[in-house]
Structures are given as C-alpha cells and as structure tokens.
Write a protein that binds this ligand. Structure first.
Ligand code: GAL
Length: 395
C-alpha cells in the first residue's frame, strides 16, 4: 500500500468520504430515499432535524404526515419517523388523511422550551382554496407534535406600514372593477391592496411558507398570500403559536412562491421562485436591511447550466451550517409530480461575490467547501511535501 493511501485514505480514493450529491437518491439509515419534501432543517444541541412532507408514490396529498430525520453531520440521516401524523379516524379533522400538508418548518422557542411547527394546510377535497396555515407543538424535536389549529392570517388587520392615505384609498377600491387580471389597472389595484381588502375579514391567505427566528429571538412567518401574488411577512407571538397582527407586504403581484430566508452580516436575504406549480422556473432574490424592509429585488442568484430553471428545482430553505461562519446551504426540491415520493433534493453551498449571494451547481461537494483554509488543499499540500521528502531521501 502506498504511503498516501495510509495517511489520506479518502484522498487516495480520489474523493471525500462524505459528499452531498444533489438530484440523486439520498438513502436514510434504512437505505430508503429520504421522504421529507418542501422541508426545512432545525439545528438543536448538536443535531440537525430535517422536517418535510411525506409523499406517496401516487399522490402529493398527505397520506402519512410530516416526517422527521436527524443527522449530526448533514450527510448521514436517521429516520426519526412521523413527527405529525395525519388523522385517520376523523374525517372532519383539518389534517385528516388526504388533506394537503406542505412546506413544514420547525423552530425552537427558548422561552417555552417547545418545538413549534407551522405548515401550509389545504383541506381535504377543497383543492388549494383554503390557503391556511397550521400550527403544532412538541416538547421534543422528533415529536410527536400536537396539532393545535389552522387559520388564515391576521383577520381584521391591515399591513402596519400602510399609511392613513393608503388605508383611505383602499376604501375606494371596488372589486367589481378589476375582474380581469394582469391589466395595468388591475396591477395598480393589487398594489394598493385589492386582495388584502378582499381577505381582511377572514384573514390573509397563506400557501408556500417559511419561518425565520432572528437574533433577538423574535420569529417571523413568511408566506405567499393574496392568491400567490404577494409575499407577506408576519410577526409571531412570543410563544410562536400565533400572529401578533403586525405584517408587511412584499412585491405585490410579483407572483413569488417558495420563500427561503437567511441573514448575513445584518442583512436579510430571501430566495424565492416564480409560480408555475410543480414545474421549475427561474429563482428570484431579494434583500433588506431589516425584516420589515425595504426589500429590494436582485437578479436570479443561480449561475451556470439550468440556472434559468433553478437547476430543475424550487427553493425550500436556506440552512446555516452550525459552527461555520457564512456557511449557508441552499435547499430546493426537484418535484416529480407523477411519482411524488421520488422527488429529489438539491443542496448547494451559497457563495458570495461582493457580498451578494449566488448558487452554482455542483455534482458533488462536501462541507469543507466552506472552510476558509480549504482542508483538501491543505491535505494535498501536506501529501505533496511528504512525497517530496521521501523522494529526496531516496535520491
Ligand atoms: C408549487 C408549490 C408547492 C405545491 C405545488 C402544487 O408552486 O411551491 O409547494 O403547492 O405548487 O402545485
């Protein structure tokens, strides 16, 4: 056996022992492809918990519930099981088998010591009409989570940053005048809050969603609202179990879905998708100096082949890697609507150019990509030095 194989067995194989390979089958500890789609990851006490939609082979409706997997290294995933099961014996339950439970996210509340899950809920047999958010809570990260309720967001409340003049203008908007979508007058009316007004009494619609806990412990719910036309960011209560009534609107009529948010050097970044159902489209990106904006639009953060369709995926989460500075993983789903359980995962490192995030496809990569002094380069250099030394002693 050669000297290098003994010292650097992984390098001798020509690759790192552990790799992230987007688009491939990701076997869990039982050898089965991870079933946690539209997911998000919570880091808690040295372990990552990945929550996502369980998808069956033939339907995207919830037949099982929300799954949880755990990992200490982000490569090896242990199936923890169903964190929030669908209800089997009550057809009137919000989460009865056959409903739609999408894009679950879990955050930990330091004050209450509870794990709080929010997800997008659609009632069984009602398509995507309900546009509700649902909340569940657990004492442990793996669950089982206890289902609490589902609802539309902030009934009776207008965005807190809407001025008195804008509020007065809202009163004059007559829905009957704007039945035809995408016309200039319709855009203007959406911008002014036509659908906010429409949904004021019952609460704002919420479909694709994200949660974000800021450095001060305050949590926010970010969701596609107003018939998927406009994103809203709403503050959660101190226990994270309800909304406070404070919210803003972002990019009215911009048709943004799949919001994934992260914070770097005090700046908030959000990657979203367009709105084309299960088919991939071009990602979008926004940034803001405060969670309350102003949110500014940037060009597509994806680069290289298939960047115009987010490499075939749709954003779901940005995962900050624990213990590594400026290390964020862009997570997306490659949907397979004809065989939903075979949907694949895209996990790619977020890179920065002049402080602006971008994402490039990599067939495989490992977490040492993030290290400033890339370990691989160091290892190669060390190996070279040893070989040179050995050769020098021979000649
Ligand atoms: C996507 C959305 C998914 C799912 C799908 C249904 O746009 O991001 O979470 O709702 O539509 O067609």
């Amino acid at each position: 056996m050669c000297l290098c194989t003994l010292i650097f067995p992984d390098l001798a194989l020509g690759k790192n022992a552990k790799e992230i390979r987007s688009g491939e089958i990701w076997p869990d500890n039982q050898g089965v492809h991870v079933n946690a789609h539209g997911g998000g990851v919570l880091y808690h006490k040295g372990t990552y918990y990945w929550y996502g939609e369980n998808k069956s082979d033939t339907t995207s409706s919830a037949m099982v519930g929300i799954m949880c997997y755990s990992s200490r290294n982000l490569y090896d995933w242990k199936k923890e099981g169903v964190a929030l099961p669908v209800v089997l014996d009550d057809e009137f339950s919000d989460i009865t088998k056959g409903c739609i439970m999408e894009r679950p996210k879990v955050i930990y509340n330091k004050k209450t010591k509870k794990f709080v899950m929010w997800f997008h809920l659609e009632l069984k047999g009602k398509g995507y009409a309900a546009a509700r958010s649902a909340v569940a809570v657990s004492d442990t990260p793996q669950g089982p989570f206890k289902y609490i309720r589902s609802e539309r967001i902030n009934p009776g409340k207008l965005p807190f940053d809407m001025t008195e003049t804008q509020r007065a203008m809202l009163d004059t908007l007559d829905a009957d005048k704007y039945k035809q979508w995408w016309t200039p007058v319709w855009y203007e009316a959406i911008n002014k809050g036509l659908f906010v007004k429409r949904d004021l009494q019952g609460g704002q619609m919420a479909r694709d969603m994200q949660l974000f806990v800021d450095d001060d412990g305050k949590a926010y719910h970010i969701y596609s609202s107003e018939d998927n036309l406009t994103l809203q960011i709403a503050e959660l209560s101190d226990d994270y179990l309800s909304h406070t009534g404070k919210y803003i609107r972002i990019a009215p009529a911009g048709h943004n879905e799949a919001p994934a948010i992260f914070k770097r050097n005090g700046e908030y970044w959000m990657i979203t998708s367009g709105c084309t159902g299960w088919a991939p489209n071009e990602a979008r990106m926004f940034s803001a100096p405060s969670i309350w904006g102003p949110w500014k639009k940037h060009p597509n953060p994806c680069r290289g082949p298939k960047s115009e369709i987010t490499f075939g995926g749709q954003s779901t989460y940005v995962l900050p890697v624990a213990g590594k500075k400026d290390a964020f993983i862009f997570m997306a789903d490659i949907w397979r609507p004809k065989h939903p359980s075979d949907a694949r995962y895209i996990w790619l490192p977020i890179q920065f150019e002049n402080g602006v995030p971008y994402v490039e496809w990599m067939d495989s990569w490992s977490l040492d990509f993030f290290d400033k002094n890339n370990l691989n380069i160091n290892a190669h250099q060390k190996m070279l030095a040893i070989v040179m030394k050995a050769m020098a002693s021979i000649f």
